[in-house]
Design a protein around this ligand. Structure first.
Ligand code: KIV
Length: 283
């Protein structure tokens, strides 16, 4: 599907049907203005629980709540017309069992109008994925490095190296068999990503998982250079907006201190100089 050309809203079955075709383009977004920017270029927009680290300054995704996901999900929904909106289920909102997962996923869908949810985990999540998909909730799965389990992994380490490869392969096969419409593969070696992508019938969406996947996803603030607390090897920076923003802020601070801002064009006269209304505001 080419960017911009098609204005029909993309659905989970559309994504499922993109297996082995033109790579799926996916990004995270957390706000309405960013959603508007990514909509025409992306197939999937994920409100990731990475929002906790990227926008809220949390040390991991573990402190993210359902209410935070709902607030950011609603904001992103307002900015999208075309891309598929997927919202992450945060830590603690689905792991107890299928009923808990259904209750919270249904709330996410009802309140944000997202078309699908994403949850982390392989074999331990098979029953939950089956339960949700059997009741009208499309699920994007997430295996490999699953950041909500960072304490089990002892850090954000590459998963599936050497003898561990079969564990990740089985997880991907299991979530596909359970009914997920796509699966995120995070931080796994290229040969494993290629093997999984060839073996399962649903699209694999890689993040640090090589070009062998059916699509790619990045955290928007990482690729725009707006988030620098971590700089994983798999992130390519397409812009340095953080540096540009800091230079702009420094220029503003300098001009305020030197009384160069505001200049004449930013100041209101006592008596309006023109009758016309510019930009919704009397000149
Ligand atoms: O939370 C997130 O942003 C994610 C993506 C990086 C896949 O899960």
């Amino acid at each position: 599907m080419s960017a911009a050309a098609d204005t029909k809203a993309i659905t989970p079955p559309d994504i499922r049907a993109r297996k082995s075709k033109v790579p799926l383009v996916c990004l995270t977004a957390y706000t309405t203005p960013m959603a508007k920017l990514v909509d025409r270029h992306c197939d999937v927009v994920l409100v990731g629980d990475s929002v906790g680290m990227v926008l809220h300054g949390l040390p991991s995704t573990l402190g993210v709540t359902l209410d935070m996901m709902i607030m950011h999900g609603k904001a992103v929904r307002r900015g999208l017309e075309r891309a598929l909106l997927v919202v992450d289920m945060p830590f603690g909102s689905y792991e107890e069992g299928p009923e808990q997962a259904f209750r919270n996923a249904a709330r996410l869908m009802a309140e944000t109008d997202c078309a699908a949810v994403k949850l982390e985990g392989g074999e331990s999540m098979a029953a939950t994925i089956r339960f949700l998909t059997g009741r009208g909730i499309p699920v994007m799965a997430h295996v490999g490095l699953t950041p909500q389990a960072v304490n089990m992994f002892g850090g954000y380490r590459v998963q599936g190296r050497g003898e561990d490869a079969d564990r990740i392969r089985r997880e991907a096969v299991t979530v596909a068999d359970a009914g997920a419409f796509s699966v995120v593969l995070e931080k796994v070696p290229e040969h494993l990503a290629r093997q999984i992508t060839a073996e399962i019938a649903i699209p694999t969406i890689g993040i640090g998982a090589s070009p062998a996947c059916d699509g790619q996803i990045l955290v928007i603030d990482d690729m725009l250079g707006l988030f620098s607390a971590f700089r994983p090897k798999f992130v390519k920076r397409y812009a340095d907006l953080g540096d540009q923003a800091e230079a702009a802020i420094a220029a503003y601070a300098d001009e305020v201190r030197k009384r160069r801002f505001p200049a004449a064009e930013h100041v209101f006269a006592d008596i309006p100089q023109a009758e016309s209304v510019k930009g919704g505001e009397a000149a």
